[in-house]
Design a protein around this ligand. Structure first.
Ligand code: ADP
Ligand code: MG
Length: 550
């Protein structure tokens, strides 16, 4: 609030606006961001705990996945939301490492707060953090080792590391094999470059059976059954019609002249319907199709005729599956049956209904374009399945990131300790306060091994001391064995992660920390006022009412 010379206060903001500024604003923002980091930090690593989140209507999610927790939590505070955003970026860019990114960001802000207390200006901290982040990327790249496309054993270790401590852990040997197979099946090599469309890997959850009964279908698995038991269970050399309109007689097509008031005419009506359905089925048969996959319903009588013609049919196939089927089999999705020709049919070596436990699925395999696979995940409850699926998604993300970038680091806290050491040395090139900021950045990275130790019930001080001394002896990959509590060579133990997880996590953590630090004024508009309703029921003021945006 400012005053003019008559001492009249001048208000520039609406009276329901909240404003905090200076040190107070920084303190509040940092606190909110730290709270977010605190929330997910207990889930980090193989010994991390899970969170149970109950939504407004009683739905339950049990998860260990950083981004899932933050998304389900419905966070409101603006700077806390910025932390949620970096988890999402990490998820989109790599598909894993979300907790790591958020925990590092929280620690960077915590350390920044100490510096603010020592009267270091936020712009100096920001500059130091930026320098450190850029250098960290260089160090990480120097540290990383190559992974070749052919090195299945290394790729499997990467997939396994992603799943350690997650719901799928018990079957990680099998699942990592399936993940690597699936990813390799769908990658396209463009010279040295590797292209992958993660949508080509479908993860289908199937209740019943243990996770260890999960399988890879080289093709598409539909959670469907044949519509009629008289249909064949297995069709080889399949020619597949993909239809996205219902197989039925539209009432408007029936001659309007038939009046059903007279019972004798009822038979005529039914005969008419039957003959029209026959014609529809004839059209399908004439195209040469022996499999029909329909996005909508199939009339019962049509089902019967289709069965008689030896056609395997399924109805209410999901739209997304129809699109995948189209891509995989080379078939065209047809709306108007009269357009259906042989050229529109998709091809697959075999279409088959297979039993899994009590339920059946239709598998479309040996497709024309084999770059489409389905990982069929089994599990005893919906919660187990959902968490196993998330772990598999992380593993797929890490495998893809490793192949794309071709570079890998070990985990278990080793790269973070190595970075902290190198950055501390790097800080000595700078004077005074900048040096303090770079040092603070270096120390912040130790939050990863410290948290891994804490979550495993180990004494973090002991562990960090041992780790530092191992790294002093040039043991670059010395990390924590969270099971024995000893220092181990993480590389030799097969704890491997894509370089991209680390570079992305450090870069986005630094970015969000700097962004939050530079805010010294929070101006929040109050809730939008309800428009006053005038006599005609129209809101007064209309669309251009001032103060609507904030
Ligand atoms: P994020 O969401 O960041 O991926 P995770 O819960 O998956 O979080 O934990 C990842 C961390 O756990 C990484 O620092 C990784 O190196 C570490 N980690 C994974 N497997 C092991 C292992 N077997 N031993 C020690 N650390 C491990
Ligand atoms: Mg992970």
């Amino acid at each position: 609030m400012a005053s003019n010379k008559d001492n009249q206060p001048i208000y520039i903001l609406a009276d329901n606006t909240k404003r905090t500024s200076g040190r107070e604003a920084q303190r509040m923002n940092i606190m909110a961001a730290k709270l977010v980091a605190e929330t997910v930090r207990t889930t980090l690593g193989p010994k991390g705990m899970d969170k149970m989140i109950v939504d407004g209507i009683g739905g339950i999610t049990v998860t260990n996945d950083g981004v899932t927790i933050l998304e389900e939590m419905n966070i409101e505070h603006p700077s806390a939301k910025m932390l949620v955003e970096i988890a999402k970026t990490q998820e989109n860019e790599v598909g894993d490492g979300t907790t790591t990114a958020v925990v590092i960001a929280g620690e960077l802000l915590k350390k920044a707060e100490d510096l603010l207390d020592q009267e270091v200006h936020p712009t100096v901290i920001a500059k130091g953090y930026r320098l450190a982040a850029a250098k960290a990327k260089e160090y990480l790249e120097e540290m990383a080792e190559e992974v070749s496309f052919e090195d299945n054993s290394m790729l499997r270790k990467i997939a396994m590391t992603a799943m350690t401590g997650k719901g799928a852990e018990a079957s990680k040997e099998l699942l990592s094999e399936l993940v690597v197979k699936a990813v390799k099946r769908v990658v396209e090599k463009d010279g040295e470059k590797i292209k992958v469309d993660p949508d080509d890997i479908k993860i289908e959850k199937k209740l019943g059976g243990g996770v260890e009964e999960s399988t890879l279908v080289e093709g598409i698995a539909l959670d469907k059954e044949r519509v009629h038991s008289g249909m064949p269970k297995r069709v080889e050399a399949a020619r597949i019609a993909l239809i996205d309109s219902p197989i039925e007689v539209k009432t408007t097509e029936i001659d309007a002249k038939i009046s059903i008031s007279d019972p004798s005419k009822m038979q005529a009506f039914l005969d008419m319907e039957e003959s029209m359905l026959r014609k529809i089925v004839e059209k399908i048969v004439a195209s040469g199709a022996n499999v029909l996959l329909c996005q909508k319903g199939i009339d019962e009588m049509a089902q019967h005729f289709l069965a008689k013609k030896g056609i395997l049919a399924a109805r209410r196939v999901m739209k997304s599956d129809m699109e995948k089927l189209s891509k995989a089999t080379g078939g065209r999705i047809i709306t108007d049956l009269s357009d259906l020709t042989e050229d529109d049919l998709g091809r697959a070596g075999v279409v088959e209904e297979v039993k899994f436990g009590d339920e059946s699925m239709i598998l479309v395999q040996e497709c024309k374009n084999p770059k489409s696979v389905t990982l069929l995940v089994r599990g005893t409850t919906e919660h187990v399945l959902a968490e196993a699926k998330r772990a598999i998604e992380d593993a797929i993300g890490d495998t893809i990131a490793s192949l794309k970038n071709g570079r890998v680091v070990a985990g278990a806290g080793a790269p973070e300790i190595e970075l902290a050491r190198n950055l501390a040395k790097y800080s000595e090139r700078f004077g005074g306060r900048e040096q303090l900021a770079i040092k603070a950045f270096a120390e912040s990275l130790e939050v990863i091994p410290r948290t891994l130790a804490e979550n495993a019930g180990l004494d973090p001080i002991d562990v960090l001391t041992e780790l530092r001394s191992a790294h002093d002896k040039k043991e670059v990959w010395a990390g924590i064995n969270v099971f024995s509590g000893k220092v181990m060579n993480a590389w030799k133990h097969g704890v491997l992660e894509p370089l991209k997880i680390k570079t992305q996590a450090v870069a986005s953590a630094a970015e969000v920390a700097v962004m939050i630090l530079r805010i010294d004024d929070v101006i929040a508009g109050g809730p939008e006022k309800m428009p006053v309703v005038g006599r005609g029921g129209m809101p007064m003021g209309g669309e251009n009412m001032p103060g609507g945006e904030y």
